[in-house]
Design a protein around this ligand. Sequence first.
Ligand SMILES: Cc1cc2nc3c(=O)[nH]c(=O)nc-3n(C[C@H](O)[C@H](O)[C@H](O)COP(=O)(O)OP(=O)(O)OC[C@H]3O[C@@H](n4cnc5c(N)ncnc54)[C@H](O)[C@@H]3O)c2cc1C
Length: 371
Amino acid sequence: MVVVGDSVAGITALREVRALGHTGPVGLIAADPDGCYPRPPLSKKALVDSAGDPEGWSLADLDVDVTRSAAVRLDTERRIVHTEGGHGVYYDALVLATGARARRLAPEREGEFVVRTMQDSTALRDRFSTASSVAVVGAGFLGLEVAGAAHRLGLSVTVVDTEPPLMRVLGPFLSSAVADRLRAASVDVVRATAPVVPYGDPIEGIAVDGVAIPADVTVSCVGEVPNCEWLSGTGIADDHGVAVDEQCATAVPGVFAAGDVTFRRDADGTVRRSPFWSHAVAQAKVAAAGALGLEPRCAPHDDYFWTEILGAPVKIVGPLPPAGAPTRVDGSLADASAVLEWDHADGRRTVVAFGAKKSVGWLRRRAADDV
Ligand SMILES: Cc1cc2nc3c(=O)[nH]c(=O)nc-3n(C[C@H](O)[C@H](O)[C@H](O)COP(=O)(O)OP(=O)(O)OC[C@H]3O[C@@H](n4cnc5c(N)ncnc54)[C@H](O)[C@@H]3O)c2cc1C
């Protein structure tokens, strides 16, 4: 049993393999020089203060044989993972958990910041400490978390996107509430009609519909690219990542996958990616069970998601994005202390705690109409 990738999907798969009673040898192939750690703090507290850096995970209790070198090729015939360091690691069953990397808008130029790894987060925090203005490209959850950290540090912040903030994830009602919150905090939200491009080399700011917005720091938060080039020639991956089914199995027997490297294809061909924490955890548990030939202990998906919008924690359970106005609102959205619900036509419910202190368990029970 071998796992490639040591972030949340990889580590969860390892833990599940042991929890399911597997006592045989387990290998981990991992590439990040900083070891394994959770990413969510990287765009939140860690950008403001090094005390907010995530703590690394320990593998000490798992009896894992770690090869710290990137996987560079997979031989599915002989069942060997080849690494950059020249190792060949044999497997009976394999779990791919190589995640994704940040998409860049100007990879060939100096001065574009992204936030994906500990090194990215440290570099941006250092740059923030001497900057007075930041331009964030992308008003998704990551872009708004970066904007929130910069705002907390007193920088002048501009966020640019071709869509309103968080529209694709949270839908029009919450997107407009988020835009109000950003405006009230003097975060400049700019709507572009065409894709935004950084200008200069080193980068000096961004060009929005032909108008230059200069900034000391430019951060691209424009999505991610699955780390699957090393699988080329195996038939396991394409440009969308690694296709998996409900068992988290790939096109090749004995090879499973979980987390941000994966996608699912609907019957009508629509590609679905869910690059979120809880989803990676659920898939990893299912992939681990599949690799051992056992029944999984959970479904391969989990619709709990959380983020932070200018310091307000936002937790969500249920289908996204919710359409139209909520069915029920308790508390005040303007004061970032509200619980909102959308009852959908198919009987499911989306529950959102927007700044309100609610546990994940409570949100799940509320979504299941159990509280
Ligand atoms: C800054 C940030 C903040 C986030 N905040 C939230 C949040 O608040 N809420 C939420 O739900 N989700 C959040 N997410 C998303 C969540 O962190 C990801 O969904 C999750 O990290 C996916 O885990 P993963 O293990 O699939 O992949 P990744 O986290 O991408 O990890 C993949 C691992 O594989 C390793 N690897 C890659 N290629 C190779 C190779 N060839 N050989 C060996 N190892 C390799 C990498 O070094 C990495 O350690 C955030 C993501 C980021 C980047």
